[in-house]
Design a protein around this ligand. Sequence first.
Ligand SMILES: [Zn+2]
Length: 119
Amino acid sequence: MDAASLRHYQEKLLKRKEQVLAAMAHLEKEKQELLGQKHFDWLDQAWDENEMRVLERLNDGYLRELGKIEMAEGRISSESYGGCLACHQPIEKARLDAFPETEFCLECQDLRERFEKAS
Ligand SMILES: [Zn+2]
């Protein structure tokens, strides 16, 4: 991949990272608010516990995405960005544009998902 494209995706990744960090900060605020609420009703309590689990699952998803973004940034620095980590073919441009942190080409991603579903 040429230097101009690498820069282009680096900017995209940076923007994506800012979005994820902002979303995580927002989640954290919601969590704090939830923790600050006092309930005397077990039903409200149960509702909040459920809500907290949802927030934590969301947070886990963001953390995973953040990890992927950081790995992609590492691949940009080492100029290996844009290649599929499994088959080493270039990843489709449309795919990189939509998911700049992607690690696999469409075919390999598809295979992995099918494998994960089967196991
Ligand atoms: Zn591949």
